[in-house]
Design a protein around this ligand. Structure first.
Ligand code: GDP
Length: 304
């Protein structure tokens, strides 16, 4: 079965990792959000892309889900000692990724080319594509004014109240070479359990059209996020956070929707959206959970 998966960072990477345990390299392409990318300390940083790559490469910090395993923090500690900005935590090994990426970008290489080379160096066989080679920058409209995404997400720890989102540069942004082809050749597109507002929407806006069955896995379980601000965002935008709200968010493109056992009471409401459903355990703590959920989702796709 050929699958194209759309992923943000931590939640998306976990299901992508599970899918990569089952599908052969030529059967899985992962398109990753780059709306979170930013320049900081002179470095070009791609948080979601790196999270997906580190996870598939077995290099991710299992406690945080982002950053590297066995990381040290000497560089950022010394930046801080000099009075520099240390609110965005960059580990020493991670900084090497940003240094080399920044150097290559300045030489004129594309983000997709650099990502391909990095994946090879990290022993990743499945295809990981940034959604676009041109910069798209997520801006968060809040009660304290418009903030750059990482300013809102990391520096302000999602405290300002969200009023809306804007993806600067998205109108002119083309998807990278291979992304549309992967979708055309796929049996289905899986929307991983990522933040619908700031991880998945930017990818959907770049991709524009999907003529394939689309199956989404809810990032909201029991009205709450496993991690991060997605539920808070729904709430602040006046929508009760739930798996149903996620299904409604994607309703125009959905064929199937995967909800957690904890949300089984919402299954009929999702079916009423004309969307087929799978109710299963969607919490992914360990690799075994990731693989089992991936298996369930692939089996569900086979049945659609
Ligand atoms: P970020 O860019 O690092 O915030 O990562 P994503 O957008 O990919 O993922 C954030 C979303 O993933 C949050 O809404 C979480 O609730 C969701 N998430 C994280 N872990 C899990 C999990 O194990 N199962 C499910 N269903 N959702 C998860």
């Amino acid at each position: 079965m050929k699958i194209t998966a759309l992923a943000g960072g931590v939640g998306g990477a976990k299901l992508a990792h599970g899918l990569a345990q089952i599908l052969a390299p030529e059967e899985l392409t992962i398109i990753v959000n780059t709306g979170d990318d930013f320049e900081h300390l002179g470095l070009y940083i791609c948080p979601d892309l790196d999270t997906v790559c580190y996870t598939l490469g077995g290099l991710a910090n299992p406690e945080t889900g982002w950053g590297r395993i066995n990381e040290t923090w000497n560089t950022i500690a010394n930046v801080e000692r000099l009075g520099g900005p240390a609110w965005f935590r960059l580990g020493d090994q991670d900084i090497a990724t940003h240094l080399e990426r920044t150097r290559r970008l300045r030489e004129g290489q594309s983000l997709s080319q650099i990502t391909r080379d990095f994946c090879k160096a990290w022993g990743i066989q499945h295809t990981i594509l940034p959604m676009s080679d041109s910069p798209v920058r997520t801006r968060v409209d809040t009660d304290e004014g418009e903030l750059a995404f990482q300013e809102y997400f990391v520096h302000r720890q999602c405290a300002p109240k969200v009023k809306g989102f804007r993806f600067d540069g998205v109108e002119g942004a083309e998807s990278v070479v291979g992304a549309k082809e992967a979708i055309e050749q796929a049996d289905a597109v899986i929307i991983c359990p990522s933040n619908p507002w700031v991880s998945v929407d930017p990818i959907l806006q770049v991709i524009k059209k999907i003529n394939k069955p689309v199956v989404a896995v809810s990032p909201i379980i029991g009205g709450k996020t496993v991690k991060g601000p997605a539920a808070k965002m729904f709430d602040e935008l006046g929508i009760e956070p739930s798996a149903l709200a996620v299904a409604k968010h994607y309703r125009n493109i959905l064929t199937g929707f995967v909800l957690d056992n904890a949300d089984s009471l919402l299954e009929d409401d999702v079916k009423n959206l004309n969307v087929q459903t799978l109710v299963t355990d969607t919490l992914m703590n360990h690799l075994t959970d990731r693989t089992r959920l991936a298996e369930d989702v692939l089996h569900f796709i086979g049945s659609l």
